[in-house]
Design a protein around this ligand. Structure first.
Ligand SMILES: [Zn+2]
Length: 191
């Protein structure tokens, strides 16, 4: 009943979300194209330069990141495994926190371990529950992970954004709507 549809047109792959029918397009040949932006500074250099001033690294995090009020967490920062969660200094939402994923400043894709994601999700859940206990109207959690500049991650150090809002964000509202429709048609929980 859940179909992962993929259509090829002129070497472009159109992939469809099985619930919402939204599409993403992938052209594998683009990976080989010349990129002007990356031509003069290597990734290695970006990683090394950013490490020197990174406030998400373990030696700076204590002194240079904000703390939650006691009502949210009595020690100010939520820690679990390598995860550390604290308020976002430049929020773009309600109850907006940052969750560091690893003690390491940079991890290659194959260096992320299951426990890092598990611990981060558990700690994020604790943050979300704590916010909700404090503010009954904050009912809609969001957990976002952008990694590295091509995905709009402006800080190299692996981290996620956690928000708890009064209303579902548009994409969340859409998933709820489509999930309900799926249930009505199939009498089964999509998720
Ligand atoms: Zn760092």
């Amino acid at each position: 009943m859940i179909e992962f549809r993929k259509v090829m047109k002129n070497q472009v792959e159109y992939r469809f979300d099985p619930l919402t029918e939204e599409q993403s397009r992938i052209n594998p040949a683009r990976a080989k194209r010349f990129k002007q932006a990356e031509s003069d500074i290597s990734l290695k250099e970006v990683i090394n330069r950013s490490r020197e001033t990174c406030v998400f690294c373990p030696e700076k995090i204590e002194g240079q990141t904000p703390k939650f009020p006691e009502g949210i967490h009595k020690e100010g920062r939520i820690k679990f495994g390598e995860t550390v969660i604290f308020p976002n200094l430049n929020p773009f939402g309600e109850h907006h926190a940052v969750g560091i994923l690893s003690a390491g400043h940079f991890l290659d894709l194959d260096e992320f371990k299951v426990y890092m994601l598990r611990d981060n999700l558990v700690a994020s859940k604790n943050y979300i529950l704590s916010v909700h206990a404090h503010d009954q109207e904050a009912t809609w959690p969001i957990w976002v992970w952008n990694f590295m500049p091509p995905s709009a991650g402006s800080i190299i150090h692996p981290h996620v954004q956690i928000l708890v809002e009064k209303d579902p964000v548009p994409q969340q509202a859409k998933l709820l709507r489509e999930s309900k429709r799926y249930f009505e048609v199939n009498r089964k929980n999509y998720w």
